[in-house]
Design a protein around this ligand. Structure first.
Ligand SMILES: Nc1nc2c(c(=O)[nH]1)N[C@H]1C(S)=C(S)[C@@H](COP(=O)(O)O)O[C@H]1N2
Ligand SMILES: [Mo]
Length: 410
């Protein structure tokens, strides 16, 4: 390390208390103002911890406007549901209303319907049956920072996901009240946010009529028993259990039934994945057919140990974490303490429904000093298993691999 870097390093360390910040990461200009920071385990992984956002506790700051806030991973060890004030935040467009009047707010249902609706929040809570579902909301780009070779986009670690109990009404019941006309094929969702310049394509997403009417997709007004935080979509958001959260439209105020497939930017250009198993291609591969991203796949994580943890020799070590099945329940979680040579089924925690996080726990006793490679692997009730090697695609979507940790016994 050269002198200049060393001086800079010392100065930043004094103001940051970020013990392991490397020289490379110090080029970021805003760092000297940061009060506190952590380093995620990939290139340019230095992140400020912020408490500056309304209704949010301490979050990892990826970008302020429009906000990208990641959940610090230790939060997932605290319980199976992610507290509202630690739930990740992701917006595409910079003009987001900062105050919404609950009394004058209306959600429209229009397009290929027999009668248009203009629903107040009061209408939604009084005129429709109320339903609840526990479901994981995971960004399509969760874990993008781990992609090798690196890809463009929000460089999330594993915290662009969260699990909540969502309360609201079935989208099917709303659509049935409006009366979807024969010949309608899709339902398009829009929220109150817009771009700053007129050319920015408005963020809209679309589901097939059949999916929209499956009885599970819902318009939610509460999360973990409380109104949605503004940044998570107050007053209404779409919940699409088992699907990536790009479809979970926030500040939802417009539902349009359409009779031709949607060709808008956010469906036809953005959020496209290769039409291959695990959305996996080789870097540089061309002429791959792409499709809009859809259902999630199973994942599992360690939550009580971090990479590099030091364990006591000959003492029973509890290992635990969370798993989810993607678009199905968790059938099995396997734990390995020997780099995948042997696997033991983990004990599964309480089942909150097939779309929820599920806690898992196992244990082992290190009998020899040195390094151990711990692995965890989930299989869902459809028999889909996490792959041993990570998938790759240019969008950095749908990251999935058997997770591993290097720990030391001494
Ligand atoms: N109105 C609106 N809804 C949106 C988005 C957006 O930019 N605007 N982003 C989507 C994407 S890509 C994600 S990952 C989730 C994030 O949900 P959260 O911020 O509540 O965690 O919101 C989805 N819904
Ligand atoms: Mo996302």
């Amino acid at each position: 390390m050269n002198d200049r870097c060393d001086t800079r390093r010392r100065r930043v360390l004094q103001s940051l208390m970020a013990g392991s910040a490397g020289c490379l990461a110090l080029g970021l200009p805003r760092l000297t103002q940061a009060a506190n920071a952590v380093t995620l385990p990939f290139e340019n992984g230095l992140r400020e911890l912020t408490t500056a956002f309304p209704q949010k506790g301490e979050m990892l700051l990826l970008r302020s406007r429009p906000p990208l806030l990641e959940t610090p991973f230790s939060v997932f060890d605290e319980g199976v549901f992610t507290p509202n004030d630690r739930f990740f935040v992701r917006w595409h467009l910079a003009s987001i209303p900062t105050r919404i009047d609950a009394r004058s707010f209306r959600m429209k249902v229009r397009g290929s319907v027999s009668r248009e609706l203009d629903l107040s929040l009061d209408d939604l809570s009084r005129k429709f049956e109320r339903v609840e579902i526990a479901a994981v909301n995971q960004c399509a780009g969760n874990s993008r920072g781990f992609f090798r070779p690196r890809v463009a986009g929000g460089e999330w670690a594993n915290g662009a996901m969260g699990n909540a109990v969502w309360t609201g009404v079935r989208l099917r019941d709303i659509l049935d009240r409006a009366g979807v006309k024969p010949g309608a094929v899709q339902v398009r969702f829009n929220g109150l946010d817009t771009g700053v310049i007129a050319d920015t394509p408005d963020f809209v997403k679309t589901l097939s009529v059949d999916h929209a009417r499956d009885g599970e997709v819902m318009v939610a007004f509460a999360m973990n028993g409380k109104p949605l935080p503004l940044l998570n979509g107050y007053p209404l958001r779409l919940v699409v259990p088992g699907w990536y959260s790009t479809y979970w439209m926030k500040m939802l105020d417009d539902i349009e039934v359409i009779d031709a497939p949607d060709t808008n930017f956010w469906m036809a250009k953005a959020y496209q994945i290769p039409d291959t198993p695990h959305a996996d291609v080789s870097p540089g591969q061309t002429n791959v057919k792409t499709i809009p991203i859809g259902a999630m796949v199973p994942r599992s994580f360690f939550t009580n140990l971090g990479d590099g943890a030091v364990l006591d020799l000959n003492r029973t070590q509890i290992v635990r974490g969370i798993a989810f099945g993607g678009n199905a329940g968790v059938r099995e979680v396997l734990f390995s303490h020997d780099n995948g040579t042997s696997w033991t089924p983990a004990r599964l925690g309480r089942d909150f429904g097939k779309y929820s996080f599920r806690r898992w726990e196992s244990q082992f006793s290190p009998r020899q000093g040195g390094q151990y490679v711990l692995k965890v692997k989930a299989t869902n009730t459809e028999g889909i298993v996490q792959p041993d090697t990570p998938n790759w695609n240019a969008g950095g979507y749908m990251r999935n691999v058997v997770e591993q940790l290097n720990v030391f016994a001494a």
